[in-house]
Design a protein around this ligand. Structure first.
Ligand SMILES: Cc1c2[nH]c(c1CCC(=O)O)Cc1[nH]c(c(CCC(=O)O)c1C)Cc1[nH]c(c(CCC(=O)O)c1C)Cc1[nH]c(c(C)c1CCC(=O)O)C2
Length: 342
């Protein structure tokens, strides 16, 4: 049915002709065609109109040649569906004007009927699946509960998410109640994404690396573990906890099929920690895509050699930057597609 199932076979640990490749945040501002739609519609219009979400999801398949599509949406549709206002402000990023600050504020959030509040995501998945016509697999996603809590409490982006951490450290009961509500919502949401056609689910814990190993277990991993447990018999899963390399053994033990890693851990070390029964995904420094193309080609080959054959999905170690020239993104993808292990 799928013409290109390299990603799925690699996640299952099957042997493949070559390493599959996609890029986190591959549908976005570095693509001129995306910027045209960006000038015409607001961010949430682009997410909520299935025709637009489908068109944007397909752009990197057609224009850069990646081996997987990831549905165009955002992790912040979850706090929105739970009842908080979320704004995306140009050059400023996400803003939640009335963040959660105390246990009393939890009255303002609820576990939603995902069909009612997030049906547009499932429509977009179904429409994209049809438009892909089996060319490549379709990835669905959600944020990790910890990363979602960061935005719900801090109310905006941050380098440290100190207010979110302070909330967890000073009001642990409220924090765990909120984390559990986000987890329950996320499980309902991701199960529906699978029904709507997602072949793989990735959980993004963008801010997992802000926590100590102990706090990561307590505030993040224990909730991601619930999510993977709820999904793993239904769909292939990838966990990406940026900066939380210290917990690769524990993340491998969740039963996720794939683990994303960033560029701060060498591939052999990640493999040693994660063991041999999980696929690793990563880990090219996104800023390196700003290098001249011959440098990109050389460094991508070096990365592929370091990971070795099998059980590897080539990707960036975090999202692609908006100022990356399209031909540099293409050089990344083409170098992976042409490479053969000795
Ligand atoms: C933390 C996070 C967010 N969103 C996401 C994360 C986790 C991954 C990561 O850490 O990068 C995930 C995300 N956001 C978006 C996708 C779409 C699919 C894809 O191509 O990967 C995905 C998977 C679209 C988007 N989400 C957003 C844009 C840019 C806004 C625009 O184009 O107007 C896109 C294409 C907005 C957004 N959304 C978020 C921020 C911080 C911002 C503003 C900063 C930025 O632009 O990166 C929250």
């Amino acid at each position: 049915m799928l013409q290109n199932d390299l990603l799925l076979r690699t996640l299952k640990g099957e042997s493949v002709e070559r390493t599959p490749v996609w890029m986190m945040r591959q549908a976005g501002r570095y693509l001129p065609d995306y910027r045209v739609l960006r000038d015409k519609y607001t961010f949430f219009e682009r997410c909520q109109k299935p025709e637009l979400a489908t068109e944007i999801t397909l752009q990197p398949i057609d224009q850069v040649g990646v081996d997987a599509a990831i549905i165009f949406s955002d992790i912040l549709v979850i706090p929105q569906a739970m009842g908080l206002e979320v704004q995306l402000i140009e050059h400023k990023g996400p803003v939640l004007p009335d963040p959660i600050k105390s246990i009393a504020d939890l009255k303002r959030v609820h576990i939603p009927d995902v069909h009612e509040s997030l049906g547009y995501v499932f429509d977009a998945l179904r429409m994209t699946k049809a438009a892909l016509n089996g060319r490549v697999p379709l990835i669905g996603f959600a944020g990790a509960p910890w990363t979602i809590l960061c935005y719900m409490v801090q109310g905006k982006g941050s380098k440290t998410f100190d207010e979110a951490k302070a909330f967890c450290y000073t009001q642990p009961e409220a924090a765990h109640q909120l984390l559990q509500m986000i987890t329950d919502t996320t499980i309902l949401y991701l199960k529906e994404q699978v029904k709507a056609g997602a072949d793989v689910i990735q959980v993004f814990d963008s801010w997992g690396g802000l926590l100590s190993p102990e706090d990561f277990e307590n505030l993040s991993l224990r909730y991601m573990r619930q999510i993977i447990a709820a999904l793993k018999d239904e769909v292939l899963t990838i966990l990406f906890a940026k900066g939380a390399w210290h917990s690769l053994p524990q993340m491998a033990a969740t039963g996720a099929n794939g683990l994303g890693i960033d560029w701060c851990i060498p591939p052999h070390m990640a493999r040693q920690m994660a063991g041999n029964t999980v696929t690793l995904q990563g880990n090219f420094d996104p800023a390196k895509l700003l290098s001249p193309i011959p440098v990109i080609e050389k460094e991508v080959k070096q990365m592929l050699q370091q990971f070795g054959p099998g059980r590897h999905i080539a990707n960036l170690g975090h999202g692609i930057l908006p100022n990356v020239p399209v031909d540099h993104a293409r050089a990344f993808v083409d170098t992976v597609k042409q490479y053969r292990h000795a």
